[in-house]
Design a protein around this ligand. Structure first.
Ligand SMILES: [Zn+2]
Length: 307
């Protein structure tokens, strides 16, 4: 029987969010030096897109206070895009000052999530980003858009796929070149994820969509497989499964890059990532955090090494 599935993309781009989304939600502070080392190890492993920091008030996110230092000191590989999350104009200006290659903005697909977290409607939150988009256009800097809570919301439960499509479409119309769809609380399953992706794809070209899964309910890899079958070829992930979910205490964080790359390798999908070096990068940062990697693949390889 030929089980080759021709509907899967031949190549996938990994968007590594560990140094930002991941570390931002880790309790133990990581020094700029260690973050720089992590980013350099990731680029050395073949990762070509690294979200390397966020320019936000250190009062809100102490872990990101060193982003300026990180961006200034990383040894850059010209093939790598070093991106920054910029929640407002001030953050955007700081990111530009240290030559971030790209910036990212965000909106929630859930009205109550938006209200409770940033005290404004989804619409207002998106409008606030217009000055960033306008300036980025002038400078030829690409803007990536995140949509959070694309399947479920901690406050209002299920989110309608059409609602996600509306927000994604708005970000695209504003000028975002890629929309990353985030299951922030990790409640999605292939059924709900596929429905959501179908609704969004009706308004935004699949080639401009990325998926961002958290493994809170252990569904991330399965959801990624479902997304691949829908034609998605950009996947966000975090080395060693860094991060957590600030809205569900004790919940696991982003899907681990090691697990995603293992899956893609098994499916014969190209990533151009050196798997051994990727594992090493995960072990490096896990040691710095003083905890084991939240990646079954990484743990299995580590056990083999220690035999
Ligand atoms: Zn995330």
């Amino acid at each position: 029987m030929n089980i080759q599935n021709t509907t899967l993309p031949p190549q996938v781009k990994i968007v590594e969010v560990g140094p930002r989304d991941g570390l931002q939600n880790e309790a133990k502070p990581i020094s700029a030096i260690d973050k720089i080392a992590l980013i350099e190890q990731l680029s050395d492993a073949g990762i070509r897109y690294i979200e390397s920091g966020s320019f936000v008030s250190p009062k809100w996110v102490p872990q990101m206070a060193t982003s300026t230092e990180v961006f200034q000191s990383i040894k850059r590989n010209e093939k790598v895009t070093y991106a920054a999350l910029t929640p407002n104009m001030k953050g955007y200006e700081a990111a530009i000052a240290v030559n971030a290659d790209e910036v990212a903005i965000f909106a929630a697909a859930s009205e109550s999530f938006s209200q409770k977290n940033i005290n404004c409607s989804i619409e207002e939150s998106i409008d606030r980003f217009s000055p960033i988009i306008a300036d980025a256009k002038k400078r030829n800097i690409k803007v990536r858009g995140y949509v959070s809570c694309v399947v479920g919301c901690p406050y209002e439960g299920k989110i309608l796929p059409e609602q996600v499509a509306k927000v994604a479409q708005k970000l695209l119309a504003m000028g975002c070149y890629e929309i990353s769809l985030g299951d922030t609380i990790g409640v999605g399953t292939p059924a709900s994820v596929t429905k959501m992706l179908q609704a969004v794809s009706a308004h935004v070209p699949t080639a401009q969509l990325a998926v961002h899964f958290h493994d809170t309910y252990g569904q991330a890899l399965t959801n990624i497989y479902a997304a691949l079958q829908c034609g998605i070829s950009v996947i966000d992930s975090a080395i060693a499964g860094l991060g957590g979910c600030p809205y569900a205490k004790g919940a696991s964080g982003n899907v681990a890059t090691e697990d995603v790359v293992y899956l893609l390798n098994g499916l014969g999908i190209k990533t151009n990532i050196d798997f051994e070096k990727l594992l090493q990068a995960g072990w490096f940062i896990s040691k710095k955090l003083g905890k084991p990697p939240i990646s079954k693949v990484s743990t299995a390889y580590l056990a083999q090494q220690n035999i």
